[in-house]
Design a protein around this ligand. Structure first.
Ligand code: CIR
Length: 254
């Protein structure tokens, strides 16, 4: 959770066409941009350098850059999104990462999205989902095993978009999780802080250097995190949430 860089892409006007499981309204693109700017301010306030990419209107979900790549210490890996409208985002991210990383690999089989991958200090946890399949995970395993990483495949709860929709890394030992995910036992051996009942939508937060950046509007979970001595920063997420997006989706961190 110590990072010197982040990559973000501004939401464009085509974000109104972004994918969503349930239609709860069309995102207001001006407010979305304002929240996005607040998010970047929070990242930068920790001392990190943020690469800010312009919107690409061809990709309504393009601001959710996390799904297009996985950034590790030694290399970046271009993902292969399982959503057909998002496949092209991977190719778009490739030259950006090639400028920043000496070593960029690529998933060429199956499907895998960054939102399903939680990197902890001891392992890489991957939730299978509608977007991530066994073949994509196997391809990633081949790529990262030579670097000493171990992959553990787990199950994203039914009806949940991505594994990380329901969990976040808070520090080396601690994971913020919904009960429905943690009850599967996938975090046995870690400390788990549960999000408050009814606040499941804030499980997607990020630990970024000194900050836990979480969506605004979840007071009980926020209080729990503050009591556990995390430094919490709220960022408005109402518009990204209409597209099932949260704090982790909006950046690649390394
Ligand atoms: C999608 O359905 O792909 C986008 N509307 C939301 C992606 C959210 N990304 C993430 O959780 N990593």
């Amino acid at each position: 959770y110590h990072f010197t860089h982040a990559i973000c892409r501004r939401p464009g006007t085509s974000a109104t066409q972004g994918l969503r499981a349930v239609d709860t309204g069309t995102p207001d693109t001006d407010l979305f941009l304002q929240h996005h700017a607040d998010y970047i301010t929070a990242l930068k306030s920790t001392g990190a350098t943020v690469t800010e990419l312009a919107a690409d209107e061809a990709f309504p979900d393009g601001c959710f850059v996390e799904d297009a790549a996985l950034c590790l210490l030694e290399l970046a890996i271009i993902m292969r999104p399982g959503a057909p409208t998002r496949l092209g985002e991977a190719a778009l991210m490739k030259p950006v990462l090639e400028d920043l990383y000496p070593n960029v690999a690529e998933i060429t089989r199956g499907h895998i999205e960054g939102g399903d991958i939680l990197v902890t200090e001891r392992e890489i946890l991957i939730g299978s989902s509608d977007r991530t399949d066994a073949e994509g995970v196997e391809n990633l395993r081949e790529i990262v095993t030579p670097y000493g990483y171990s992959i553990r495949m787990v199950q994203t709860p039914p009806g949940v978009l991505h594994f990380k929709t329901d969990c976040s890394l808070l520090d080396a030992q601690t994971i913020l999780s919904t009960r429905r995910l943690a009850d599967s036992g996938c975090f046995d051996g870690y400390e788990v802080i549960h999000v408050a009942e009814g606040e499941e939508a804030c499980a997607n937060a990020i630990r970024f250097n000194n900050l836990v950046i979480m969506p605004a509007g979840f007071p009980e979970t926020r209080a729990t995190l503050t009591a556990a001595e995390y430094e919490v920063r709220d960022v408005g997420n109402s518009e990204a949430a209409k597209l099932d997006g949260g704090m982790s989706c909006l950046s690649l961190r390394f």
